[in-house]
Structures are given as structure tokens and as C-alpha cells.
Write a protein that binds this ligand. Sequence first.
Ligand code: ADP
Length: 603
Amino acid sequence: MSLWQIIQRLLPYVRPYRRLVIATLLLTLVGSLAAQVNPYVLRYTVDTVQNMLNRGEGLAQGWRLLLGISAALLGKEIVNTFVQFGQKYYGEKIRISVSSTLAQEAVGKILGYRLGFFSDEGNQTGKLQTRIDRGVESLMKLVQNFFIDILPLFANAVVALVAMFVANRWVGLVALAILPLYFWLSYAQAEKLQGVRRGLQRLREEKNHGLISIIDSITVIKSFVREGYEADKQADTQARLTGAQLTTRKTNFRFDGLKTFVEQIGMVLIIILTAYLVLGGQMSIGAIMFHILLFNNVSAPIRQLHRIYDEMNEALTYSEGFFAILDAADAVETTGPLRPARVQGRFELRHVDFTYPSGTAALHDVSLTIEAGKTTALVGLSGAGKSTIINLLCKFYAPDQGDLLLDGQSLAAYDTHALRRQIGLVLQKNHIFKGTIEENIRYGDFTATQEQIEQAARQAYLHDQILDLPKGYQSDAQQLSGGQQQRIAIARLFLKNPPVIFLDEPTASLDAIATEQIKNSLDAIKQGRTVVIISHSLAQIVDSDCIHVMKKGRLVESGTHDELYERRGTYREIFDASARSLNIERLAKTMADDGDEVLDTAL
Ligand code: ADP
């Protein structure tokens, strides 16, 4: 993106504050005029004192002068105080408002993007956050520089330069001659930093991402005693980051030194030239002070030039990444016009192929039907593509080929939000938000009353357990056991009350007791709905109306438990393996013995 394109992108965000921008600019212009008061007052003072000395006058005659200049300088300073306050406050207000709009827009956009966007390498948690933070920060500086700083800074320099030309054209020319050199040095400095900065951004993203992944995997790191290895990995990124930061600083210090030197040369030339003119009788002695201060007024804003140029380049680097987030139009979830009040829930996949954005081919030519109002199980080894089917049915991803139908209409034709309102999803581990149990259940329906929430908890067989907690429904939900958290997720679904339910290994992370306890909740939520269940637990699939068996992304068998068992195919293999892993024979023997004992006792 060019600077001009970025400014154009920013304009709509700044437009609501145009009055503030104009007010700030006016204030700053007043400030830049006020800044020229000092040279004039000091020249007048020096010249008048000189004349008084020449006339042999003393303090008795000088007090009027002192009073006059004190009033002028103080008056100017009072004006300046107001000007500076207004300028800084309004400037800050514009910057903060624009940046919060930008940040909010990024959040809004991201929420609307499809899941594939988040699995993209450049959009991992830490990286995305760095990109947004840096982007907003540098755009904020750009707003400050372009809409608030630049004009007054140059006005200040130009006013001072004109005053120098008016005083003497040679003095003006010396001041003017220094400027191109100064501009060139600033330009060279910024150019040198450009490449380093891109590297810096990449390294910062890497570092943030690394830190987040350490926190995420801390248990594994500790259990494998890989603290040293992880620290070394971070140290490498940190070392490259330090190197890049030091290069930036070194370049800056070198150029800053050169620029100060050039400025000083300008100052020396002006002093020599003015002293020559004063000694030649062409000027009064006050001119020395006058020219030095004016030159300072020329060079002070120019000194900021590098900062502005630098920050603009920074904005160029970071805003590209930021606007790429806002502009990821192809990541926006697609939607359709259909908004049925309540779907039947008959899903059909016809010759569906699907490949994840990462390139993993997950489904090949899958055709199957999920009947409305029935329970359908998806069975297969890990990685067979079961969850992928659910991902497609929720419209989290779109198939590469083939058709997905719901109640005879293409899934693509459904309004995505309307569709998801009709689907309840229970995963292996459901997200429990920070907050109370009540808030977490209410997530299913924000308008629910306390009674409805309790009713949902009752349906999920959770109500009595909640009442046993010291704080009841106000207890911290994240402190609950895995089984209780799963039941919160199910209670949430009772509130949402969707006609279609997808259960993706809902008990996989629970122990046997919790699994048994949750069975009632699951059986309750299945009533009168279309249910698709993925589970490794045979108990949960044998009763299904239909079982589809997946293998390596393909559908290999379909039927009821009995049919598939008799067929002696993949389902039978999985079933037998599960039975063996459970050591069914031994268990059966124990239970039979137990039965005999019971029988003996009874006899
Ligand atoms: P199952 O649910 O049967 O265990 P999945 O549908 O989760 O299998 O996965 C099928 C294949 O797709 C696997 O090879 C898996 O690695 C891959 N996969 C699953 N989710 C993603 C994802 N978000 N991005 C890329 N590949 C994925």
C-alpha cells in the first residue's frame, strides 16, 4: 500500500472528527505564530538595552522596558498554555477515538470470518493480536502526523524562515541551504530502517506466538522436562529481536549525530554572518539573538521530520498487515437467503470431497443421509473424517465438490446464522466462559429467566448438584469438574432448544462414573431431535437408528448395529477391538460370578 492509499483508507475514520481536526490545526497555527514572539521580544530588548547603555541610562529608566517585555512574554505564555492544552487534548481525543474504532472494526470483522481464517499460519492467536495492536498503534501515529502535526510544523518553519529572509536575505539563504541536506539525511535514515523494521515485526509476532504456545502447553513442557529446550527456542528469537532492535538504534544514533552536526554548522554560519553584519554596522546587536532563535524555530520542526517520516514508514509496514485483516473478503462466511422457522433435520451428502485449507484431504466422495428425528452415529478410527462431516454440516467449511442438502435444499442456500441457531453442538470439551454457572447456561439464550435456566439445568441432571454448591448458580463455572462442565454445555443446549444436535465425542474426556451420570442428560437432549453422534463408546452408538462407518475419509459401511455386526466388515473390526480393549470376556466372567454369588445368597 502507498502512503496515499493508507490516508484514503483512514479518511472515513477521521471524517467524524473533522471539526476537532480543524480546531486542532487552528490552535497549532496560533501556537506556531506565538513561538515567533520570543525572537522579536529578545531582539527589541537587547537593542533597547544597548541604546540605553549608550545613552548612560540605568535601572531607573529601564523598569518600563522590563515591565513591557515581562508582560509580552507572560501574555504569550498564557496564550501558549491554552493552545497547547487544546492542541494536545483534541489531538489525543482524535487519535484515541480513531484507534478504538479501528480496533473494534477488526474485532467485528474477525468474528465474521470462517474457521479456515484462524487456522491460517499468519493468523495464529499471538500473531493476529500483534498485527492488530501494531497496526492500530502505527495508524494512530499516522493520524497524528498527517492530520495534526505536519501542517503546523511546516507552518512554524516557514514563518520563521520568512522572518529570517525579511531580516536579511543572506541569513535567510544560509538557513535555507541547510534544509536540503537535512531532508536528505532524514530520508536516508528512514530508508535504512525500512528493511530492519519488517524483520522486527515478524520477530515480534514470532515471540508473542511462542510465549502463548508455552503457556498453552506448559503441562507437557514440564512433564517432559523441556523447560531448557523451550527457553532456548525463545532465546533464539529473542537474540534475533535484540540484534534487530540494536541495529535500529545504532542507525538512529548515527544519523541523529550527523543531523545535529549539520544543524550546528548552520548555527555557526548564521552567528558568523550576523556578527559580520553587526560589526559592519548593517544590523543592531539584537540581531544575533534574533537570528539564532529564528534558526532554532526553523530547525526544531525539521528535526521532527525524521520522526514523522519514520512513523509514516512504520505505518506503511504495519498497516498493510492490519488492513489485510479488515480486507480478508474471501474469509467472510458466506450466507444464503433461506431462514426456515424450524428445520426438519434431514441432511444429505452427495459425493462430497473436502480438503482443509492446510492441504489435508479429509473427505473423498462421501455420500450419506442423516434422517430427520433419528439418531445417526458416525463411527471410525481417529482421523477418519467424522468431525469434518460435522464441520461441513455446521457450514464452518464448504465442500470442494459435491452437494450438501438440508431438507432437500442446498446448505449453501441457508442463512448461516439462521442455520446455526437450529443446531446444537456438544464437543469433547466445551468452552466454559469465565463467569458463573448461571451466566454460562444463559449463553444458550440471553433472554432466559431464572426459572428457565433452572429448568434447563434440571433437564441436564445438573440442578441438584448446583444447589449443593455453596454459591449455587453463582459459583465459578470454570472450577467445576469435567462432567459438570459437559452438563452445563448440555443445559445451554436445552435453553437454545435446537431441532438438530451434533454430539462430537461428548464423553471422551470424562471418566466412567461421569460418563454414566451424563448419559441421562444426553438421552434427554436427544428426545424428538435429529441427532448425529460421534463416539468411541460402543454404549452410545449401538442404539442408534443408523450407523455410518468412515475409513480414511471415505464412507465404507452404513446400517444398524445388528446389520453391520453381521457384515463382518470395518464396523465389526472396530467393535471387536473395542470389546477386546475393554477385556469384555474377563468383565463378563466377573459379572457372571457376581451373579452366581447373588444367586447363592438368594438361595
Ligand atoms: P475424526 O473426527 O474422524 O477423528 P477429523 O475429521 O477430525 O477426524 O480429521 C480428518 C482429517 O482432517 C485428519 O487427517 C485431520 O488431521 C485433518 N484435520 C482435522 N481438522 C483439521 C483442521 N482444522 N485443519 C487441518 N486439518 C484438519
